[in-house]
Design a protein around this ligand. Structure first.
Ligand SMILES: *Cc1c(COP(=O)(O)O)cnc(C)c1O
Length: 346
């Protein structure tokens, strides 16, 4: 890997971050806080939240078996995705490489930041070759985006190829693990020490059942985390979100129960889909959704909407012609979908 200084935009490397009142005094001993122009009434929402999110990071560190210095927390993974562009990619000069198809936000953030987005097609099992991604890169390629389990295809990417890429690529490799809790593969957070160019994204929006609170995580070397932390908005994760996430960490066992029942339902749904006449293929999945090829995606999508059941039509996506993406719901929700599809007449 190149040095972090070479990979970081020079203005960001030189940046002196905004120093908030809570950065300058963050102790708890004081009882009189007259430093941040807050209103003394309306406790506790009158106070600015902890800009360093220490209590929450300490808990996440325990659960994820990393150190607090290896954690960045953002307003959803979306914030982390945007920040890696702003930290490492010079607009109009640098580029990034990504697999195709994958999550649409990487390209949107590339476009917003005026950074060239280079796509490399997955093969027919939705896997990639490290050498093909390297061949698409040049000296201005700062980031490579992977997503495992991948959205919208659902499958894990081959671990061996990811590690090869981490060893050979001179820039940073981002592995988005939004769906890792539904997968049998271990998270790459266990490999952070060995690969200083690795950034792993996770989120509270899926297995944790907290899409509404907007909390995303990035795990990387303390040096990379330091750069992201210095350019984030000072109070990017609000107090309500920090509090709710801390409550969720105490209910860890409940999340595991949700995941287990979603995995059971996933297995049942795939078996039932295989019997449907309108379903022509089901792609293997390691996530809380699956991709299925159907006889006519648009017609079936419209038919389901009519019945008040919404799935995702992925027909317009590369390699996904006539594919629907089905999120696993509760048993009654899944039954409603199956019942509707059994009655479908093309
Ligand atoms: C759902 C999803 C996310 C989550 O984004 P948040 O901003 O944290 O809600 C991230 N990456 C992928 C690939 C996803 O599918």
């Amino acid at each position: 890997m190149k040095s972090l200084k070479e990979l970081t935009r020079p203005n960001i490397w030189a940046l002196k971050p905004y120093s908030s009142a809570r950065d300058e005094y963050s102790g708890k001993e004081a009882s009189v806080f007259l430093d941040a122009n807050e209103n003394p009434y309306n406790t506790p929402n009158n106070r600015y939240p902890d800009p360093l999110q220490r209590e929450l990071k300490d808990m996440i560190a325990l659960v994820k078996k990393v150190t607090p210095e290896q954690i960045f927390l953002g307003n959803g993974s979306d914030e982390a995705i945007d920040l890696v562009f702003r930290a490492f990619c010079r607009p109009g000069i640098d580029n990034v490489v990504a697999i195709d198809p994958t999550y649409g936000m990487y390209q949107v953030c590339a476009d917003v930041n005026d950074v060239e987005y280079r796509k490399v097609l997955l093969d027919d099992t939705f896997q990639f070759k490290a050498d093909e991604l390297l061949a698409a890169s040049d000296e201005n390629t700062k980031l490579i985006f992977l997503c495992s389990p991948n959205n919208p295809t659902g499958n894990n990417l081959c671990r061996k190829e990811i590690l090869t890429l981490l060893e050979k690529f001179q820039g940073l490799v981002i592995v988005d693990e939004a769906y890792i809790d539904f997968s049998d593969e271990p998270s790459l957070t266990g490999d952070l020490k060995q690969y200083p160019n690795l950034i792993v994204f996770q989120t509270f929006s899926k297995a944790w059942g907290c899409a509404a609170i907007r909390l995303g995580m990035a795990f990387a070397s303390p040096d990379i985390i330091g750069i992201l932390s210095k350019i984030k908005y000072p109070y990017n994760v609000n107090r309500l979100t920090q509090q709710e996430a801390i409550q969720m960490m105490h209910k860890h066992y409940e999340v595991q129960r949700w995941v287990q029942s979603l995995l059971n339902e996933r297995e049942r749904m795939i078996k039932e889909f295989a019997k449907l006449s309108c379903c022509t293929h089901i792609y293997p999945t390691d996530a809380n959704f699956f991709l299925t090829k159907v006889c006519n995606a648009k017609a079936i999508y419209d038919y389901l909407v009519e019945k008040g059941i919404i799935v995702r039509n992925r027909s317009g996506i590369t390699l996904c012609q006539d594919c629907l993406r089905i999120t696993i719901g509760t048993r009654p929700e899944n039954d409603a979908l199956l019942e509707a599809l059994r009655k479908y007449k093309p």
